[in-house]
Design a protein around this ligand. Structure first.
Ligand code: GDP
Ligand code: MG
Length: 694
């Protein structure tokens, strides 16, 4: 069953190279007070001197140590990167890549250097772990983590919160539910106050994964022993309490061989604790750990498998989102173009996949422009805006020409209403502009973010082509809109069925005109009658009245030629025309109170203008959106695909267009590597489940 652990180590390897803590693997974490012998325990398990040990704070960075058992065959065949390694034992650091350390003194130095590199040369700690693998035929398969020892009082230039820092670091490793905690307590300290056990209880209250180790059995005061502690009578530990004897500082100084130390340990235990000697000591500790680790791994496997599978699915999705690697460039190009074109059309139609819910987009915005923006603007155009009563009056007067008009002249209505209709052109053209802008904006919403990032050059070109197409559609659309307004101007259809106002006004005018003529006639008759009476009266008085009397009765008529006044001569010299005495013709109708007839005429014209204008406005409101849809929107929709193909689908440019962005390229590569690592992990897990007992 020991064969299981290399598999887990392989798994760990896989994830280390990928550089993530994706999966928490079972590992053994050593905690305990400073100088309680943690590093020594680990070293004994490894069976080699390679860890910096000593008094004070020596271990300042977590050391993740993988022990890998080598068979004789392994040592002979293990060639790393062409380097032939014949050593029976060697170490490798993750941070020095493939460098192989056969000298354990060098490993020790490298740990010290690496500790100083990240942790600084003072006595502070650094949470970044050092990863070390030891290959040996003298170790059992284990993954161990050596941690800085717990301390209470900062020394030297250690930060004041050193206790908290170390505590948190330890907690981080042991709270991993996949870890087995090795709580180390020195036998010459009070076991009942063991900091290590206290801390492990916090994360493992049921004691399912805590194993207690009592060191320094040899340093107990004379007359005392650790029997009670080791038998679990002081604090029971579910998984057991194992006593060991490591090398003392003096042994280290005298470079006592480890093998010798193990022998001494065994004989010490035989002598001091014969009844429980076979359940204590470093070899027993190693075996126990191995067993625990395997149980643990077994329990973790199903969940591990699920997690790996979930991750595989995630990375497969991620990879898929980067797009398939390109085989057939022409096909990919066509696909991207088609996809874009249909996305664009769908955005207009409102059938796009990524329809937004937070704001209007695509076709809906065009609808808004037509009916809200454009419609409202038209509605706000005052039919008589910019037209004063005086303008109307002047137009009427101009239209009648030299003749005094009986009816209000139609030509003035036509003139004025055209002027008003022309005011509809500007908002109509503005409407085209807005729709054009909207269609331009839509380009950004088509094409997935991923693809745009993947083929930046192609998308740049696509945007160019669509922009051009849109721009080319502007002149025909604008001219159609202008035409629609011109059409309205071309013929003022006063027989329009909706123009009932005309009949009404006409009738009203005729009536009032007839009435007026009647009144005029009546008054003329009255005057004539009066004149007749006067004549009769004059005849009675003066018998010599001639035809001149009629003219003289007219006011303002020139006096008889016989009596030319000097004033007349003076006036004729003043005026160039010299013919009349009238004031100059005003260019505009003079400001004055309108006569009732003028007032009535103005009202009529205004009513007509208003009524006819509303008819035209309704037409414009209806036809402009239709024209824009036909000449701009639908046209672009229909020709987009072929335009894109025509402009972009060229053999000589295909390579440039489909150049992938660096960013996507590297991300795909990373994802591929991760996926491979995960698949390897999954394969390994599968292997274990199939080949092993359960
Ligand atoms: P750590 O700080 O917990 O890693 O402790 P170390 O492994 O560095 O050991 C601290 C000191 O205690 C070293 O000088 C060791 O030689 C010494 N030491 C550790 N275990 C034992 C033991 O079982 N017996 C004796 N006599 N000394 C030990
Ligand atoms: Mg240490």
């Amino acid at each position: 069953m020991e064969g299981l652990i290399p598999v887990i180590n392989k798994l760990q390897d896989v994830f280390n190279t990928v550089g993530s803590e994706v999966i928490q693997l079972p590992q053994i974490v050593v905690i305990g007070n400073q100088s309680s012998g943690k590093s020594s325990v680990i070293e004994n398990l490894v069976g080699r001197d390679f860890l910096p040990r000593g008094t004070g704070i020596v271990t300042r960075r977590p050391l993740v140590l993988q022990l890998i058992h080598l068979t004789r065959n392994d040592t002979e065949n293990r060639n790393h990167d062409g380097k032939v390694v014949q050593a029976e034992e060697f170490g490798k650091f993750l941070h020095t890549k493939n460098k192989i350390y056969t000298d354990f003194k060098e490993i020790k130095e490298e740990i010290e250097n690496e500790t100083n590199r990240m942790g600084g040369s003072d006595r502070g700690i650094c949470p970044e772990p050092i990863n070390l693998k030891i290959f040996s035929n003298r170790v059992v398969n284990l993954t161990l983590v050596d941690l800085p020892g717990m301390t209470k009082v900062p020394v030297g230039d250690q930060p004041v919160d050193i206790e908290v820092q170390i505590r948190e670091l330890c907690l981080r490793y042991i709270s991993n539910p996949n870890s087995i905690i090795l709580a180390v307590t020195a036998a010459n300290t009070d076991f009942s106050t063991s900091e290590a056990l206290k801390l492990s209880r916090e994360v493992d209250p049921e004691g399912k994964r805590t194993l207690a180790v009592t060191t320094k059995l040899d340093l107990m005061d004379a007359g005392t022993d650790a029997m009670d502690v080791l038998c679990g009578r002081v604090i029971p530990v579910k998984l057991g309490i194992i006593g060991v004897v490591n090398r003392s500082q003096a042994d280290i100084k005298s470079s006592k061989e480890l093998q010798e130390a193990l022998k001494d340990e065994a004989s010490f235990l035989q002598k001091k604790y014969p009844s429980i000697a076979n359940r204590n000591g470093t070899p027993y500790l190693a075996k126990t750990l191995n067993r625990l680790l395997m149980h643990h791994i077994r329990d973790c496997l199903p969940e591990l498998k699920t997690r790996v599978n979930v991750l595989i699915a995630q990375f497969q999705n991620l990879l898929a989102s980067f797009g398939e690697p390109i085989d057939d460039k022409a096909q990919v190009l066509l696909q991207v173009i088609t996809k874009f074109a249909s996305a664009y059309c769908n955005t207009i139609e409102g059938t796009a996949k990524n329809i937004e819910t937070s704001e209007l987009c695509g076709g809906a915005r065009i609808c808004y422009i037509f009916h809200e923006t454009f419609g409202r603007t038209l509605e706000s155009v005052d039919p008589l805006g910019g037209l004063s009563t005086r303008d109307v009056l002047t137009a009427i007067r101009n239209a009648t020409g030299p003749r005094p008009a009986l009816f209000v002249p139609e030509i003035s209505f036509e003139l004025l209403v055209k002027r008003q209709i022309r005011r509809l052109e500007e908002p109509s053209l503005r409407c085209v502009e807005l729709v054009h802008e909207e269609m331009q904006r839509m380009i950004q919403h088509c094409g997935t973010q991923q693809e745009m990032l993947r083929f930046p050059k192609l998308y740049e070109k696509i945007v160019d082509v669509v922009t051009n197409l849109l721009r080319r559609r502007l002149p025909p659309t604008n001219s159609m809109v202008e035409n629609l307004v011109s059409i309205e101007l071309a013929y003022i259809n006063t027989k329009h069925p909706d123009f009932s106002e005309a009949q009404l006004v006409h009738k009203m005018m005729t009536e009032s005109a007839v009435q007026e003529t009647m009144t005029q006639k009546l008054s003329r008759e009255a005057i004539q009658k009066q004149g007749l009476d006067d004549k009769r009266f004059n005849k009675l008085d003066i018998g010599t009245t001639d035809r001149n009397s009629e003219t003289s009765s007219q006011p303002g008529s020139a006096p008889s030629s016989a009596s030319q006044s000097p004033a007349r001569t003076a006036s004729s010299t003043n005026r160039r025309s010299g013919i009349n005495l009238l004031p100059e013709v005003p260019e505009q109708a003079p400001v004055m109170k309108l006569s009732s007839r003028e007032q009535r005429d103005c009202d009529c014209i205004e009513r007509l203008i208003r009524s006819y204008f509303l008819i035209v406005r309704k037409n414009i409101q209806d036809t402009i959106p239709k024209a824009i849809m036909h000449f701009l929107v639908n046209h672009v929709k229909d020709t987009l695909q072929s335009e894109l193909v025509c402009m972009l689908y060229k053999k000589e440019e295909i390579n440039i267009l489909l150049e992938e962005s660096e960013h996507i390229f590297t991300r795909r590569k990373e994802a591929q590597e991760m996926l491979q690592a995960l698949q390897r992990a999954s394969h390994i897990i599968g292997e274990i489940r199939e080949t092993h007992l359960w």
